[in-house]
Write a protein that binds this ligand. Structure first.
Ligand SMILES: Cc1c2[nH]c(c1CCC(=O)O)Cc1[nH]c(c(CCC(=O)O)c1C)Cc1[nH]c(c(CCC(=O)O)c1C)Cc1[nH]c(c(C)c1CCC(=O)O)C2
Length: 346
């Protein structure tokens, strides 16, 4: 299918003179207009569940910078909440959830068909965005990958090494796998509804894929991604999927082919030259400037941005950071990155 939007061209395998660009967490606390809207909403979850305000913060970085893609404003932890887990955010610390570590707690979760009750405001946000975004801007929906979502559901919070999830995998693999299966099924329905509401691309965030090694990576990062992508492709064959198995290292090689993903997003722990040779050979890649450059700026930002653009210039590429932009970033550095990426544009 011939595409006109730059993001969709890249995902369709086209090499472009200037790569399209967007940024993970582009609607976030580094922007004063985000902080103002968030204050109006009261707290982060109210912002996620108020369609007009969630759409407003999604649009803010598009207005300010003209990114090629907008990413739906929501959170990967809304799915556990929709399955019946308690969820709240502790200021300065991060998310907290009621934990699922026993067969009884797993059985108490809601059935997958009930998730839309909680998640329907998210679909409404997507609908607003598909009306209000500029015609050239691509709308990306997303969900957390089952392993990453499970690490939060098992531990009840973020953990540096995902220890509680690895421990449950060892102690009670049946409960662990049943939880993963439940999240997988919910994710398929959630992403399908986002697509039906107007998402043009979806992205799977597996932020903690790097802590899965060998066989565990194949079973709990690769296989669930493959299952979700196959189900989505059966229902929505023309909607591209971006997979982000963060810090997968050598496991980035072949990930797109093995899962059916149209693009693999890369974190900045792999060099762009290595990734061009080993990952981009299979198709589109996204990434991978270290988000610390958005804090430090200067000539180092310019040089590293040029290096990444050059390394990926022979194949399909979407420019992005290697992880989300942080609250201490300087909005001017974001503009400098964009100007540097687009400097070759004629
Ligand atoms: C692990 C994870 C979460 N959420 C997400 C992940 C996977 C990607 C990653 O690794 O960053 C994904 C996510 N979170 C958010 C989005 C929206 C789209 C985007 O702009 O990229 C996306 C795609 C908004 C958000 N999600 C969150 C914020 C900051 C909330 C705020 O305004 O205080 C945003 C903009 C909160 C959040 N949500 C989560 C954490 C650990 C935190 C940080 C808590 C904190 O910093 O106080 C869970």
């Amino acid at each position: 299918m011939a595409q006109t939007k730059t993001i969709l061209k890249a995902l369709n395998g086209e090499t472009q003179d200037v790569p399209p660009i967007w940024m993970m967490r582009q609607a976030g606390r580094y922007l004063p207009e985000y902080r103002a809207t968030r204050a109006k909403a009261g707290d982060f979850l109210s912002l996620c569940y108020t369609p007009e305000l969630a759409a407003e913060v999604t649009l803010q970085p598009i207005r300010r910078y003209g990114f090629d893609a907008a990413i739906l404003f929501a959170d990967i932890l809304l799915v556990p909440q929709a399955l019946g887990a308690d969820l709240w955010f502790v200021t300065g610390e991060g998310p907290r959830l009621s934990t699922i570590t026993t067969p009884g707690e797993l059985a108490a979760l809601k059935p997958v068909e009930d998730i839309h009750e909680v998640l329907s405001p998210v679909y409404e946000t997507v609908k607003i965005l598909s009306r209000e975004l500029p015609v050239e801007t691509t709308l990306i929906g997303f969900a957390g990958a089952p392993w990453t979502v499970a690490t939060y559901m098992i531990a009840g919070r973020g953990t540096p090494d995902q220890g509680p999830a690895h421990a449950l995998m060892q102690a009670d693999v049946a409960t662990f796998e049943a939880l993963l299966a439940r999240i997988t099924a919910a994710t398929i329905e959630y992403l399908s509804m986002q697509i039906e509401a107007g998402a043009e691309v979806v992205k799977l965030f597996d932020s903690w894929a790097g802590s899965l090694k060998g066989e565990a990576f194949a079973k709990y990062a690769l296989a669930p991604a493959k299952e979700i992508i196959a189900a989505l492709k059966a229902r929505h064959p023309h909607v591209p999927v971006i997979a982000f198995p963060r810090e997968a290292g050598e496991n980035y090689i072949g990930f797109a082919k093995a899962t059916g993903a149209d693009c693999v997003a890369l974190d900045n722990s792999v060099s762009p030259e290595w990734a061009a040779e080993h990952v981009q050979v299979d198709g589109c890649v996204q990434g991978n400037l270290a988000s610390s450059h958005m804090v430090t700026g200067g000539q180092a930002l310019v040089e590293e941005t040029r290096r990444i653009v050059r390394a990926f210039s022979k194949g399909p590429h979407i420019f992005n950071l290697g992880h989300g932009i942080t609250p201490d970033a300087d909005p001017d550095n974001v503009q400098l990155m964009i100007d540097t990426v687009r400097e070759g544009r004629r």
